[in-house]
Design a protein around this ligand. Structure first.
Ligand SMILES: [Zn+2]
Ligand SMILES: [Zn+2]
Length: 896
């Protein structure tokens, strides 16, 4: 690092903490000294694999939350003495990156097909390199103590080995297959997408009722007609049949006859199928196996042809006859118009229905028949269900276990091929024979067909779903399929921390694929799911709303620690959170308060001071108290860490530091030090040291920066060179001192009681007043801390008495507290004449207000016309004013 801590004179701590000066050099210093790497081969391992951010560009607040939580867990375990590894990486984000490059090309009026696969991939790699270094840089700015020497990328060669090996194993086991199926097609991405990439939304649409003429097998019209209802008239040219229920008396007699498809004129059979509902619509169903999943099944049952009339870009093909070349929704308009002109359109019935959209491009998804590669997810799901049911993998919060299990029990086969170029190319080669398939499980191309030996090989043009490679992440990052040292040391990992929104996309697939590749050993023991970070008003952050907060801007304004404080203090497992300026400011304020309190403690230390703590149970009351409170907070935070209640750990430590240590202990210590007592200095330094340790996982920079200075006067007992590798505080049960805590509570109560009376009676702040403290139980505490009470409450002389009989009873103000009473003689406390004048003035003001309200409410024009709620509000205002008036008059009477 740029400044040498060992030569820093602690008495020269800057008056204010400046994160911009401290953070980057400190990060480099940690990294250069190897503190991010696991280095305790004898200790139990603790591993988190970082969810790889998409290489689409900048980090957002979701990443800042991920870093804040995972880095906190990592730093905590490192300080517990575990052999800690947080392994970072990035994801190639196939469809998303592909879309970005295509958008860029479109600006030059080019498509990917214009420039070809090779040039397209060259451009993509350039983009990916740029955004990869940017993302790594941003992670470093957020203080991520990840081991960058092990950084992985879903598209690097090591991960390619994992992908190929997995594909081959699954293929050989019959768990990957190629089949013609109806898939979700995105005409914008020009690719198949999986079921979970489709998002459904209600949209207004219509039922078009269309009448089909009945004909005999030769196509001669019989004069009869049958009516169907469809929401997608553009698919009519692909009809392969009309189906009716065999029990439907309206249409029974037509079964076995034919009808003429009114767009395109195809002659199709009328078939009977029990799946057709008698109640819904007309009772007759057009069957279009090439464009609808239900119809596809009916088609399979009846051996109907699967006619596909759409091209990958959403325009109709030659099978659509006169409509060939039209875009799908243009075709819809044209077909409806033609039906109407031909008298075949019976009616149009408006209808709102749920329509699937591509998650990426928002385009309406088209069910299309297509030859794709599939993973038999049902088979892989079985062990993945069992490992969650038997508790080998736990969810935090546990309610997500049900969500996971429900989905896994109903899982459908996973379409893994994508018709885009950016991604892992499917490791399958076809020879000229056309039927032979050669699958390669290692890097490189095969030389000949595995079946016939032909050297005329062509690789499958498609790529794998991006989640295929990220599904291998917990073991591919550690070196699988190699039997690597990392894999043996760090697998299974302890925690997978990610957003609940990708539990199906990612968590489920990691569990399935890891169990499969790693012989049934779970990839992680705990799945911690965080929520979304929303704007202050609760809205989802999005570019289109313009309410996105850039984490790096917050870092510039509040410091990394300030941002991390805000992220952690709002988080609770599985729930969304709002980011407000208040939380960011609270984080920055805490950094400053830590700095200032530590600076005070350090300036107190003089050469030759003995910084040994008094033995447990001995020493001054306030020392025993603060050390007891510290022990209690240490004990509670340990329990809360283990329950993943990070926000609560932070809150308790912050409250202890601010409300007890800074507000009380430091003030009490000042009184003693001023009187020449150096006793509190060891305690001050010790508590600062422990608070820095407790807070380090959340606010790494400010705590390390202070700790380095503290270490010059108070070296670490274990010889740790840095806070990042120092011991996390553990409970010192002997310090728990209930007597001291009870007595200190009493003292705090007394001081607050006096302060309240002083404020109420407007006693000049600098003035000392006489005071009686009453209460047998509290007397010891009051006597022990008499000088502090005198200073902090500005009381003198202070009488500590056993019962109220020993205090004056006339002309006094009394505060009754839980542990006793404080009694202040009023004489000389304030000036009765000035007080009388002040109260009289207030009475006049409130009387005027009462008068105004009474006049308003007796005005019938107002009470009759104004809404009832407004009138009620005015009545309430009058009642409040009358109450205040009574109180003020009573106070005046008391003054005599
Ligand atoms: Zn799309
Ligand atoms: Zn062959």
């Amino acid at each position: 690092m740029t400044t040498d801590h060992t030569s820093t004179n602690p008495r020269e701590m800057a008056t204010a903490y400046d994160p911009q000066v401290v953070e980057q050099p400190l990060y480099e210093w940690w990294e250069t000294n190897g503190h991010f790497k696991p280095s305790k081969p004898g200790a139990p391992p603790f591993t988190i694999i970082m969810p790889p951010p998409n290489l689409t560009g900048e980090l957002h607040l979701g990443h800042a939350l991920t870093v804040s939580i995972e880095d906190a867990l990592t730093r905590w375990h490192r300080m517990l003495g575990d052999d800690t590894l947080w392994l970072p990486g990035v994801d190639h984000a196939a469809i998303a990156v592909n879309a970005i490059i295509e958008r860029d090309l479109a600006k030059e009026a080019l498509s990917r097909h214009d420039i070809g696969r090779e040039a397209f991939l060259e451009r993509t790699w350039e983009f990916v390199k740029r955004s990869r270094s940017r993302i790594t840089e941003q992670h470093r700015r957020l203080g991520a103590s990840a081991d960058w020497s092990r950084e992985a990328f879903t598209m690097d060669e090591a991960r390619e080995r994992s992908v190929r090996a997995t594909f081959k194993r699954l293929y050989d086991d019959g768990l990957i297959y190629r089949a013609d199926r109806l898939i979700n097609w995105c005409v914008d991405c020009e690719s198949a997408i999986s079921d979970i990439e489709v998002e459904y939304e209600d949209e207004p649409g219509a039922f078009w009722w269309v009448s089909y003429e009945i004909a005999d097998a030769q196509g001669r019209r019989t004069g009869e007609a049958i009516t169907i209802a469809t929401t997608r008239p553009e698919t009519i040219p692909a009809d392969a049949a009309v189906a009716v229920n065999p029990e439907d008396d309206r249409w029974k007699h037509l079964i076995g006859q034919h009808c003429i498809v009114p767009a395109g004129g195809r002659l199709v059979p009328i078939i009977a199928d029990a799946a057709v509902s008698i109640e819904g619509g007309s009772g007759a169903l057009k069957v279009t196996p090439g464009h609808d999943p239900v119809d596809f099944e009916i088609g399979e049952r009846h051996g109907l042809p699967t006619i596909s009339i759409m091209r990958p870009d959403g325009t109709l093909n030659d099978e659509a006859g006169p409509y060939a070349g039209l875009e799908r929704f243009e075709a819809r308009k044209k077909i409806v118009a033609d039906l109407e002109a031909a008298g075949r359109l019976v009616k149009i019935e408006p209808y709102t229905h749920s329509i699937g959209h591509c998650q990426r491009s928002r385009t309406i998804v088209e069910p299309l028949i297509s030859l794709q590669w599939w993973v038999d997810a049902k088979t892989l799901a079985k062990p993945a269900i069992a490992k969650v049911e038997d508790g080998s993998i736990k969810f935090v919060p546990p309610r997500f276990e049900r969500v996971y299990l429900h989905w896994m029990e109903n899982i459908r086969d996973w379409c893994i091929s994508r018709q885009i170029w950016w991604g892992h190319r499917i490791p399958v080669w076809y020879c000229a024979n056309g039927e032979h398939i050669t699958v390669r499980g290692t890097v490189g191309d095969p030389e000949q067909c595995g079946v016939c030996g032909s050297t005329d090989l062509r690789q499958d043009p498609d790529t794998l779903d991006t989640w295929f490679s990220s599904g291998l992440w917990p073991h591919s990052t550690l070196g699988w399929p190699e039997d690597s040292e990392d894999l043996r040391r760090f697998y299974p990992t302890q925690v997978m921390e990610t957003g609940y929104d990708i539990i199906f996309f990612w968590v489920a697939r990691m569990i399935m694929l890891s169990l499969y590749n790693m012989d049934g050993v779970v990839p992680f023991e705990t799945v911690y799911l965080h929520g979304l970070v929303r704007a202050a008003d609760g809205a989802k952050m999005s570019k289109s709303r313009g309410n996105v907060i850039d984490p790096l801007q917050s870092v510039a304004k509040y410091g990394t620690d300030g941002l991390r404080f805000a992220m952690i203090s709002g988080t609770s497992p599985g729930n969304d959170q709002r980011l407000t300026d208040d939380k960011l400011e609270a984080g920055r304020n805490l950094s400053n308060k830590l700095w200032n309190a530590s600076r005070f403690a350090l300036t107190m230390v003089e050469d030759g001071d003995d910084l040994t703590l008094p033995a447990a149970g001995t020493g001054a009351l306030e020392d025993r108290w603060i050390l007891s409170r510290l022990a209690a907070v240490t004990r509670d935070s340990d329990r809360l860490w283990r329950q993943y209640e990070l926000a609560e750990v932070l809150r308790q430590v912050r409250d202890f530091f601010w409300d007890e240590f800074a507000d009380w202990y430091i003030e009490l210590a000042k009184v003693r030090v001023r009187a020449g007592d150096h006793g509190p200095i060891a305690v001050l330094v010790h508590v600062v040291d422990q608070v820095l340790r407790l807070l380090h996982p959340f606010m790494p920079y400010v705590t390390e920066e202070i700790w380095q200075r503290l270490a010059t006067v108070h070296p670490d007992a274990d010889g740790a060179p840095a806070l990042i590798v120092a011991r996390y505080p553990s409970l010192d049960a002997a310090r728990i001192d209930e007597d001291a805590e009870r007595m200190m509570l009493a003292v705090q109560d007394f001081i607050r009681g006096v302060r309240n009376i002083r404020a109420e009676k407007r006693v000049d702040a600098g003035r000392f007043v006489e005071c009686y403290i009453v209460g047998a139980e509290a007397a010891d505490a009051a006597r022990a801390l008499a000088p502090a009470i005198e200073q902090l409450a500005r009381v003198q002389p202070l009488h500590v008495v056993a019962s109220a009989d020993e205090a004056p009873s006339e002309g006094v103000v009394t505060a009754v507290l839980a542990v006793g009473q404080v009694i202040l003689p009023m004489a000389g406390l304030f000036d009765p004449a000035a007080e009388r004048e002040r109260i009289s003035k207030q009475i006049a003001e409130v009387e005027a207000e009462v008068g105004r309200q009474e006049a308003k409410l007796s005005n019938e024009q107002f009470t009759a016309r104004a809404p009832a709620a407004v009138v009620a509000k005015e009545q309430e205002r009058l009642a409040t004013a009358r109450g205040r008036l009574d109180g003020l008059r009573a106070s005046l009477a008391e003054l005599g």
